[in-house]
Design a protein around this ligand. Structure first.
Ligand SMILES: NC(=O)c1ccc[n+]([C@@H]2O[C@H](COP(=O)([O-])OP(=O)(O)OC[C@H]3O[C@@H](n4cnc5c(N)ncnc54)[C@H](O)[C@@H]3O)[C@@H](O)[C@H]2O)c1
Length: 433
């Protein structure tokens, strides 16, 4: 794909239908912003060239403003995999050496969770502009340290919460904030898979390195790996942060291989106005896949399928219009239908209306990353920020709190307690859009 095709592709992604004034951080993905940096290069170095690193590399290869100048991984096979895409990049096995490299302006951190905080702060202190994968840090204290470090240095920091940059989420949030579903009275999230969440290990001594997700020494399990995306939707839709959280987790099914992170979790987050947000993940049944649903007094928005349902009966005849609209927009083939046939127009199960045309729907099954989920846009915005040095407004706070509440819920489950976020972890928060 050449530059022209790529930019045209960005336009097609739906930014045209989104009120950028409501979502100023998306401006750096606009054609106008891309024109501003035309001809300029962001010199990037990547730390951690595992599966997510390679996923980003494949997107970055399509971006004309990117020069990948350095790659770092302390596991040689992964470094060599990445080097095939960028044969001219300098290779490092020690990330501190990459940070000393004066040719590197921006750093992408795609290592296991327990390294995020340290590597991000070291990179910021080395004067680099940083994109770190979610979650932001491994502990509540460390997340605050990272937040303050960025603030003190006035640096650029992005956390990989790509839904913030996904045009279909922005469009849906715009509808929610415009009152299209009435008052928000519930947020329902789930992420079900049916696999052991393991990666193949070439030799036994590499088990913990390759399968770091399964061990609490390196990871906080399903909350930091999956829930952080959903929790961020909650605050975006609600325009506020949860007040307290309780939950329960267990090692339910995949419990004989030595792992020590939960494989089944349920958490309830309560907002100051009494609304509950739930998150549930079970990785031994995948029937319901992934769901992110915002429930209002007048309707529901399903963020994953990008559908809008109304609680009011649809006007007569609209069922057929909906059917036609859905076939035209290509949503039909991906939609899940409850019931045996086309639902009656007045039924609560009435098929909704697509929020946007031609959406790609993620099942949530991939452990590497989904297609068309905002990951390209967030990386484009980061590349723009590496060149301009501008930190986008508000989004870092959103990512910060997604991490804090994921960690707090994990703590609540381990302690069997109802927890609130201590005041010392509160940073200024302005609701989005
Ligand atoms: N935003 C998303 O949708 C999304 C999707 C998948 C993964 N992720 C995140 O990406 C991150 C990486 O996940 P992954 O699946 O790629 O893991 P991975 O294990 O495949 O890759 C991590 C890489 O980091 C390397 N590494 C470990 N310690 C290192 C060190 N000290 N110095 C240099 N390299 C080191 C490992 O060798 C490995 O190659 C995680 O935080 C994960 O949550 C985000």
């Amino acid at each position: 794909m050449n530059r022209k095709e790529f930019l045209a592709d960005c336009g097609k992604k739906g930014l045209a239908g989104v009120a950028l004034s409501m979502f100023p951080w998306l401006e750096s993905c606009s054609d106008k912003a891309q024109q501003e940096v035309k001809g300029e290069k962001a010199r990037i170095g990547m730390i951690g060239t595992g599966s997510r690193g390679l996923y980003h590399i494949k997107n970055l290869l399509r971006m004309p403003n990117v020069e990948m100048v350095a790659l770092c991984d302390d596991y040689r096979p992964h470094l060599e995999d990445a080097a095939q895409y960028y044969p001219k990049a300098k290779l490092y096995d020690d990330y501190r050496k990459l940070l000393e490299d004066k040719n590197v302006d921006g750093v992408i951190v795609t290592t296991p969770l327990y390294l995020h905080g340290r590597m991000t702060m070291d990179a910021l202190r080395a004067g680099k502009r940083v994109f770190c994968e979610k979650s932001m840090a491994y502990t509540l204290d460390e997340a605050l340290e990272v937040y303050n470090c960025r603030k003190e240095l006035n640096g650029v920091l992005f956390i990989g919460q790509q839904r913030l940059f996904d045009p279909k989420y922005a469009k849906a949030m715009q509808m929610i904030h415009e009152g299209k579903i009435g008052k928000v009275v519930g947020v329902r999230n789930y992420w079900y898979r049916n696999n052991d969440w393991r990666r193949e290990v070439p030799s036994p001594e590499l088990e913990r390195r390759i399968n770091w997700r399964l061990y609490s020494e390196y990871s906080r399990g399903l909350m930091t790996e999956l829930a952080c995306h959903h929790l961020q939707n909650g605050s975006w839709a609600m325009g506020m942060l949860p007040e307290k959280v309780m939950g329960s987790g267990s090692l339910l099914h995949w419990n004989k291989d030595g792992r020590d992170v939960y494989d089944a979790v349920s958490a309830i987050f309560t907002y100051p106005n009494g609304v509950n947000m739930t998150f549930e993940s079970i990785i031994s049944n995948k029937h319901f896949g992934m769901g992110e649903q915002i429930l209002g007094t007048e309707g529901t928005i399903d963020l994953v399928t990008c559908m809008h349902y109304t609680d009011e009966p649809a006007p007569k005849g609209s069922g057929m219009h909906q059917l036609v609209a859905q076939i035209e927009s290509g949503v039909m083939s991906n939609s899940v239908f409850a019931g045996t046939s086309w639902a009656a127009e007045t039924s609560p199960l009435a098929p909704g209306m697509p929020i946007m045309d031609n959406v790609t729907i993620s099942t949530g099954e991939s452990t590497v990353g989904a297609e068309a989920d905002g990951s390209i846009e967030i990386m484009e915005a980061f590349v723009h920020a590496v060149i301009t040095g501008k930190q986008p407004e508000k989004v870092l706070e959103e990512s910060y709190y997604a991490t804090q509440f994921a960690l707090l819920a994990d703590k609540a489950m381990h302690e069997g307690a109802i927890l609130t976020l201590d005041d010392k972890y509160r940073v200024p928060y302005t609701p989005l859009g």
